[in-house]
Design a protein around this ligand. Sequence first.
Ligand SMILES: [Zn+2]
Length: 85
Amino acid sequence: MRKKIFLVESRASSIFPVCGNPLKYRDSCLRTLKKEGGEHLRYLINRLKCTHCQMLHRELPDCMVPYKHHCSMNCVVPTRNGLKL
Ligand SMILES: [Zn+2]
């Protein structure tokens, strides 16, 4: 069975929360999220680089907690046409 990967996109211009300077797209990486029932979801996360201090920053959706693989309280299961993917 093929594994599904969810692409995480943001149209907002990103600002690095540490120094307040703009971020520029660098690359993407896979991130696994464990749900309560033991289900694993895979997300493609953008990695951004600060244009000033060159530090890397991952653009995480609200359902992810930094450095954790478990779902946050406001986790939303991706759906298409009302059906769980
Ligand atoms: Zn910076």
